[in-house]
Design a protein around this ligand. Structure first.
Ligand code: DC
Length: 225
């Protein structure tokens, strides 16, 4: 049986950084589910569909085919056969993904793909509903959090390092709005699974968070042998 680690939490809590490091250490496959929702979001943006138009979104989602692959260990996302990985990390695509991930037709297709990936191999999967809806039987569930201010500062620094000027208060307002949308949607809202371990990363370094997750993995792996 495969060993599944589910990591959920709001945008900017450090999920992908931690998940990638743990996956590399354990030689597990890292699955970034947010990138799949972003690929769907990119499709809707390209088609010029209003995210509030439920019928148009559901119809377009039915025709969309999202798959993933790996190049040099890095996840690649394909939208109808086109590698769209390089176009997914913008704020516009992220906001579209957040707005359209509320639709059952969008979630259904991606959830099937995610469950299938985790059934076949050891994975560290990050997202919003992994411990609650996608992998309810994951052997280890982590819920990563950090204050909205800390998350905004991280994003601000990330953009600055790329030479992009931004406004910290706008970023924080955007994060708060995205959290609200992700936590209050009807289908699979972001919430901590009952059996998830909550880790607040606000005052921790990346290595400290990795240490916590590694320790939890070692405990669970011993039990499941
Ligand atoms: O983690 P991210 O910022 O790449 O995710 C983009 C959006 O996709 C996020 O705001 C909500 C949605 N999402 C989701 O609904 N369920 C997931 N498992 C992952 C992401």
């Amino acid at each position: 049986m495969s060993f599944n680690i589910a990591i959920d939490g709001p945008a900017g809590a450090g999920k992908s950084t931690i998940a990638k490091k743990i996956a590399a250490e354990l030689s597990f496959i890292y699955v970034d589910t947010g990138a799949m929702y972003r690929a769907m979001g990119l499709l809707f943006l390209r088609k010029g569909i209003d995210p509030k138009n439920a019928a148009a979104i559901e119809e377009a989602a039915e025709e969309a085919h999202v798959t993933i692959g790996y190049e040099n260990g890095e996840q690649q996302v394909y939208l109808n056969g086109e590698n769209v990985t390089a176009s997914l990390r913008t704020e516009t695509v992220g906001n579209m993904a957040s707005a359209t991930s509320v639709y059952p037709g969008v979630r259904r297709q991606l959830t099937v793909l995610q469950k299938d990936l985790a059934a076949k191999q050891d994975v560290v999967m990050d997202g919003r509903d992994i411990g609650t809806a996608v992998l309810p039987n994951a052997q280890l569930k982590i819920y990563l959090t950090a204050s909205s201010h800390v998350r905004a500062v991280r994003r601000y620094e990330e953009l600055k390092a790329k030479g992009m000027e931004s406004d910290l208060s706008v970023i924080e307002a955007d994060i708060i709005e995205r959290d609200h949308r992700d936590m209050t949607r009807e289908v699979s809202p972001l919430c901590k699974a009952e059996d998830a371990v909550e880790v607040d990363t606000s005052g921790l370094t990346i290595d400290q968070v990795v240490d916590v997750v590694r320790r939890l993995y070692q405990e669970r792996a011993e039990v499941s042998v």
